[in-house]
Design a protein around this ligand. Structure first.
Ligand SMILES: Cc1ncc(COP(=O)(O)O)c(C=O)c1O
Length: 398
């Protein structure tokens, strides 16, 4: 479906904040994206682990159309039915009691940081430090950049927001060594996503819970990337048999529509009126999309089917890696990574795009795969075939 008539001729008016290919994407349908020339791409990025139900999924399109025609934004000063219904769904299917909605993952994480600091003021003599991790990613606001452990981010936009000492992931002793009088919480991703898909072990998650209980600290999970079925269960913490005190969601929650959430157990939900808010927080349009996503994920068999597809993809990637002499396959569900050995991921990603497959390279020699959670076995086979051809071609080019 070429749409040249709508195609802008230049990108000069946009801030150049990211290196982007010339390709202009104009339409999406399920597992596929289409560019302005009518070319089709199998999309294993899906908005960066966002479109759990694929591009323009029918339940979300319907919910948005109906809600847009009914009520878009009465203002956060008033209740609306969609926000209440979505909050009820989230609390019914998690260990949390209260929800605050926002628009981006970073905004939800800012809320989590503020909530922990408020709790520290009320219950821990003003303790405010939140232990986070080397290589973690929590967003691009000043506080969430400071909480992140991306190399170099401590100097970009200095000075940082203080109070985020860094421990080593999956190393409980490194966390224990940082606990002091000023510590109020530990915050982590259940799988380090942007760092290249490194899952936390169950032993580590349980040891963190025990340490937090022992030292009177809050355990915060950033499930912006891992939540909403991405790693198999509805929320990744559920894999480990522990209950965090605070969780954040984003990305997959809105199925492509900007929507995020901060969830807390009643005992730590200590915001007073005026402490937290935002113009778009809990607007019914975004919440209608979130409700449609969650209802689809919770339909009988959906998450099990997605998990089975993820296991199949991981298995096939392992076989491909063994055959081509590549490295480890990591991850859970449909958040997977493949180590490429000495093959450069940038070259693999670029050639894959030329051949109609969209993938992501979070590190110089590592690929990440984030297909739609409802992708089919045929689409997985198509992607694997394209990937094999691309890897062989890049290897042959030396
Ligand atoms: C774990 C995690 N937290 C937070 C964020 C930030 O979310 P957003 O880009 O919606 O602000 C991301 C984005 O990649 C993420 O992966």
């Amino acid at each position: 479906m070429p749409v040249q008539a709508q195609t802008p001729s230049s990108t000069a008016s946009l801030m150049p904040v990211a290196p982007r290919p010339e390709t202009l994407f104009v339409r999406g349908e399920g597992a596929f994206l289409f560019d302005s020339e009518g070319r089709r791409y199998l999309d294993w990025v899906q908005g960066w682990a966002v479109n759990g139900l694929g591009h323009s999924p029918a339940p979300v399109v319907k919910a948005l159309a109906e809600q847009a025609a009914t009520l878009i934004n009465p203002s956060p000063a008033f209740f609306n039915p969609r926000a209440i219904e979505l909050a009820d769904l989230l609390t019914a299917h998690s260990c949390f009691d209260h929800v605050f909605f926002a628009s981006s993952g970073a905004e939800a994480n800012e809320g989590a940081i503020k909530l922990a600091r408020k709790w520290g003021q009320l219950h821990k003599q003003g303790a405010f430090e939140i232990i986070t991790f080397a290589d973690a990613f929590h967003g691009r606001t000043l506080a969430t950049m400071s909480a992140s452990g991306k190399p170099g981010w401590d100097r970009l936009f200095a000075p940082q927001v203080e109070g985020f000492p860094k421990a080593r992931y999956n190393d409980i002793d490194s966390v224990r060594a940082l606990v002091g009088e000023r510590t109020v919480a530990v915050m982590l991703e259940p799988v380090l996503g942007e760092a290249g898909v490194f899952p936390a072990s169950t032993a580590f998650m349980r040891a963190l819970r025990a340490l937090c209980d022992e030292a009177g600290l809050l355990l915060i999970v950033d499930e912006v990337q891992t939540g909403c079925g991405r790693t198999g269960p509805l929320f990744a913490y559920q894999r480990h048999g522990i209950e965090p005190d605070i969780m954040t969601l984003g990305k997959g929650l809105g199925g492509g529509v900007p929507l995020s959430a901060l969830l807390a157990k009643r005992a730590v939900s200590c915001f007073a009126p005026g402490d937290q808010g935002g113009t778009y927080c809990g607007n019914p349009l975004a919440c209608a999309a979130g409700k449609a996503v969650l209802e689809t994920l919770l339909a009988p068999g959906f998450l099990e089917a997605s998990q089975a597809v993820g296991e199949r993809l991981a298995q096939e990637l392992r076989a491909l890696s063994a055959e081509l002499g590549l490295g480890a396959v990591r991850g859970h569900g449909l958040l997977l990574a493949l180590e490429l050995g000495d093959l450069p991921s940038a070259q693999v990603v670029a050639l894959a795009r030329e051949r109609g497959l969209l993938i992501n390279g979070p590190r110089p020699n590592c690929l990440r795969f984030m297909p739609a959670l409802n992708t089919t076995a045929e689409e997985i086979q198509l992607g694997l075939e394209l990937l094999r051809q691309v890897l062989e071609a890049v290897r042959a080019e030396g």
